[in-house]
Design a protein around this ligand. Sequence first.
Ligand SMILES: NC(=O)c1ccc[n+]([C@@H]2O[C@H](COP(=O)([O-])OP(=O)(O)OC[C@H]3O[C@@H](n4cnc5c(N)ncnc54)[C@H](O)[C@@H]3O)[C@@H](O)[C@H]2O)c1
Length: 319
Amino acid sequence: MSSASLCDACCGVDGRRPTGAKRPTRTAAPSSIGTVTDTTDAQVDSTGPLGGVAVVTGAGAGIGAAIAAALVEHGTRVVVSDIDADAVARIAADLGPNAVAVPGDAADLAVIERMVDTARERFGPVDLYVANAGVAGGVGLESTDAQWRSALEVNVMAQVRAARLLVPEWLERGAGYFLATASAAGLLTQIGSPTYSASKHASVAFAEWLSVTYGDRGIGVSCLCPMGVNTALLHSGFSEGSPDGAIAAAAVTTAGAVLEPKDVAREVIAGIERGSFLILPHPEVLEMYRGKGADYERWLSGMRRYRRVLEQGAAAGGE
Ligand SMILES: NC(=O)c1ccc[n+]([C@@H]2O[C@H](COP(=O)([O-])OP(=O)(O)OC[C@H]3O[C@@H](n4cnc5c(N)ncnc54)[C@H](O)[C@@H]3O)[C@@H](O)[C@H]2O)c1
C-alpha cells in the first residue's frame, strides 16, 4: 500500500462522514431530559442516527447511561439495556417516555433480538446501535479461561452478534449506524490486563472491518476509544487485590485526565454528527497511536518503562 493510500485510510480520524452514510438530521431538541416530547409508541419516520431510534447496551451506569441521556436530549428514542435490570429500569424511568428498558446480557443473541424488537414495536426500526457494554476482565498472564471468555463475549462477540443481526436490515434500508465502545487500550494496550488489551483490539478491528466493508453502502461506523473515564469499571473493574490489578487502574488514571461520562457522551454526539470513525475524547490518544505506528520498537520500550514506574509506585504504596 502506498503512503498516500495509507494516509487516505487513516484520514477517517479527521472526521469525514463515511461515503453514502446519511447525514444525520435532528428533530427539535428538547430543553432537558425531563421535558422531552412524548412520542412514545409513535412510529415516526427516522431521519438518521440522531433523532431516530437507538439501542444502547451497558446503559445502566457510566458511559452508556450518559450516551443514552445525550441521545434522548437530541430527540432520539432509546432502548436502554444492561445486565443489571434494576439499574437500567431506573435509567429508563429517569429518561422518560422516550426510553424503554430491556434488561439482559448484551452478548446473548436472544437479548439482542429482544432489544431490536422492542425498539421496533415502541419507536420504529433501529437507526443506531451503541454496543457499549464492556467488562474489564482478568489481570496478568494468570487470567483464567473464564475471564478470557467473558472479555471476548462481552467486549467483542456482543458487538459481532448485534452487527450480524442489524446490518442486513440496514443494507436494505440504505442506512444504519453502528457505534462500538472499544477503548484507547484497543489502539495502544492496557498495562496489567491481557484480556482487556486483546478484546479491545478485537473490538477496534471488528469496527474497522465493518466500516471498510459497508461504509460505502450507507452504513456509518464509529469506534469510541477513551482513556480514563470516572466509572465503576475504572475504579473497581481491575482491582482484584493483585499487583497487576493496581497497575492496570494506575496505568489509566496516570496516563491522562479522567473524564466524566457526560463529557464522553458529548464527544460521542459530535462524532456521530461528523460521521467520524474514531471518537477520541482524549485527543492525545491520536498522538500516542501515531507514535506507536511510527516506531513500534520505541513505543514498546516506552511502555515497558512506564510499566516499571507503575510497578515501583504500586510496590511503594503497598509497603
Ligand atoms: N471507564 C473507563 O475508563 C473506560 C475507558 C475506555 C473504555 N471504556 C469502555 O466503556 C464501556 C462502558 O464502561 P463504563 O466505564 O461506563 O463502565 P461501568 O461499569 O460504569 O458500566 C458498564 C455497564 O455495562 C454493564 N454490563 C457489564 N456486562 C454486561 C453484559 N454482559 N451485558 C449487558 N450489560 C453489561 C454493567 O452492568 C454496567 O452497567 C465499556 O465497554 C468499557 O470497556 C471504559
